[in-house]
Design a protein around this ligand. Structure first.
Ligand SMILES: [Zn+2]
Length: 192
């Protein structure tokens, strides 16, 4: 068993930082159905995101707030990630195995404030172009195949996490000459 069981609390020391080879490889698919170990690791990852967004817990354990975490960010060579997004309107929680984008919009979007990453301990300014809408096929925590349609912010977060599983960092998408230059001949609009 890995240490990431349901009783384990992930903190920043568990987060793999940029430069580590596991963040630059295409990680392995998880055989379905998932094992108890796979499931516990994934639930542990989701709990970290919830903790990181809880002001008291985050302060006490020095957690940086995160909305997504992929398994290779805690050193696991597995195609799985957790996403937790809380707003006044809703609470979205995803724990997925082997996610794939099966289709996407032509139109693109980006966060005007740029993106950040738990594995990157510095500000990286610039626009990160993302598909505005995506359709994702994956397996849920019980190993059931699911098809999820996403748009806007949630779609951006999913693309950031799926990139991790393919060894891609968000700044790979930023224009090298001018970080605030958007791709040409592309229908792309700021998210807000
Ligand atoms: Zn990241």
């Amino acid at each position: 068993m890995s240490k990431f069981t349901k009783d384990y609390m992930i903190t920043m020391k568990d987060i793999v930082k940029e430069g580590a080879p596991i963040l630059r490889k295409v990680v392995d698919e998880v055989q379905m159905p998932p094992t108890e170990e796979d499931k516990e690791e994934l639930m542990c990852m989701l709990q970290f995101l919830k903790n990181s967004q809880n002001p008291e817990i985050a302060k006490k354990h020095h957690l940086r707030a995160g909305v997504g975490l992929s398994a290779n960010q805690i050193g696991l060579n597995k195609q799985m990630f957790a996403v937790y997004i809380q707003s006044e309107q809703e609470e979205l929680a995803y724990t997925l195995f082997n996610p794939k984008i099966v289709s996407h919009s032509v139109s693109m979007t980006y966060l005007p404030s740029g993106e950040g990453c738990l594995s990157v301990e510095r500000e990286v300014p610039g626009y990160v172009p993302r598909y505005e809408r995506i359709k994702v096929k994956a397996f849920d925590i019980n190993g059931e195949e699911v098809v999820i349609r996403l748009k806007g912010y949630t779609a951006i977060v999913f693309q950031h996490e799926m990139d991790h599983l393919n060894g891609i960092m968000f700044y790979d998408h930023i224009n090298k000459e001018n970080p605030f230059k958007l791709p040409e001949n592309t229908d792309i609009q700021s998210l807000y």
